[in-house]
Design a protein around this ligand. Sequence first.
Ligand code: ADP
Ligand code: ADP
Ligand code: MG
Length: 453
Amino acid sequence: MLKRVLIANRGEIACRIIRACQNLGVETVAVYGLADSESLHVRMADRSVCIGPGPNSDTYLNMPNVLMAALTTQCDAIHPGYGYFSEQSQFADACHAVGLKFIGPPVEAISRMGDKAAAKAAAIRAHCPVVPGSEGCVHHLEDALEIAREIGFPVLVKAAAGGGGRGIRKVAREEEMDEAFKIASQEALASFGSGDLYIEKLIESPRHVEIQVLADAFGNCIHLGERECSVQNLRHQKMIEEAPCAVIDDELRRKMGESAVRLAKSVGYVNAGTVEFLLDSSNNFYFIEMNTRLQVEHPITEQVTGVDIVEQMLRIASGEELPFEQHDIAIQGHSIEARITAQNPAKEFAPSCGKITHWAPPSGPHIRLETHVYKGFAVSPFYDPMIAKLIVSDSDRQSCVRSLARALEQFDVQGIHTNIPFLRTLVATPEFVSGDVDTQFVARYVSEPSPVA
Ligand code: ADP
Ligand code: ADP
Ligand code: MG
């Protein structure tokens, strides 16, 4: 087993990873920005190292400082969490170069899947169905138009290096392509350092369904079933996720799972990863991308499979073989996660910062709360607005939805605005209650302009 792990992240996920390390007797080192010094992850770790003042660029994205912190505290590995360096192959490479293990997939798998157009090409080679679109990136307007005419409007122009719901633009008609193509390319260059774009057919009102995979370094690769992530804001960011998906039966789960495993194996994948698909109203599924990291919504899969995904990540990185095979994995019960954010739904979801004066989350046997905040904690403007994940589990979907509604009713936060009132509204809608959701569901309940992340 690993001896000492540096967690190159903050917030709830840093706490989650520290807890998994503690369970395995692995020592932990937290890094933090000064603006984040009161965060729970700093208190929970065995040691902590301040790596800069506040903003992400000076701290959690400061590669030399993060690596130096790991080396000076004699860590043998780094867990990147999600976001930040988790999908940057240069970071994984740099870890290896200075003798640290990167708790995640091999560098080649990260770089291959990090380019979403290249990932689609890999999916085609692995015989996974993909959304119709350009083969690889498109560099000229005329080519974009030709492909769009071929597959039919509306289409999406997508940034090959995009992520977090950003870098996706809808083009409804031929006349819109010129401007969309130019703006998307400029935006992608500014946000992701690459202006490369690809074209994809817009699937009308699909579900977003993703498969969790786990692979060890000995060629064993399994899936842990699906997560339904269709409840997204207007910026394609997930708000509520659940497992299993209401419309997926054993046969479809097996097919999607086998596709995901085939793709992972074909790129030499090791460790935890997620293969994302769109599911249309006829239950056809299409690969859209692979996230080569721990996913925000991983707890719902843990709840219904009993597998501790972060523990497995640590075990795989330390060279252990997967302790189970595909036939050992069974889905039991139902689990739903709601992302609690410090945003004001009444003010177009503007970030809400300041001191939490009252913090009374729900509790009980069905509740799991992942958070780094507490009463008296000051939410900083520097970081992501997510302050907690509320995970509710129950024997079946209906009971789970009811438990979730009750838990959200009980969740009392004061001092800052949160999205809790909005979540309460969503989970009471007939569509959500019956499981009849697609990626356009939230849009029907919010008016323009779009929520801000
Ligand atoms: P997942 O794919 O695990 O469900 P997301 O795609 O929502 O999670 O987010 C993955 C990472 O991207 C997280 O670290 C999140 O903080 C970050 N992220 C999400 N949305 C944005 C955004 N609008 N700007 C910057 N980072 C974001
Ligand atoms: P990101 O890398 O930002 O997570 P994805 O490619 O995973 O981007 O897409 C994010 C979301 O955008 C999807 O969950 C879905 O809601 C929407 N989306 C992406 N591609 C399509 C498509 N071809 N048709 C319809 N919706 C799409
Ligand atoms: Mg995605």
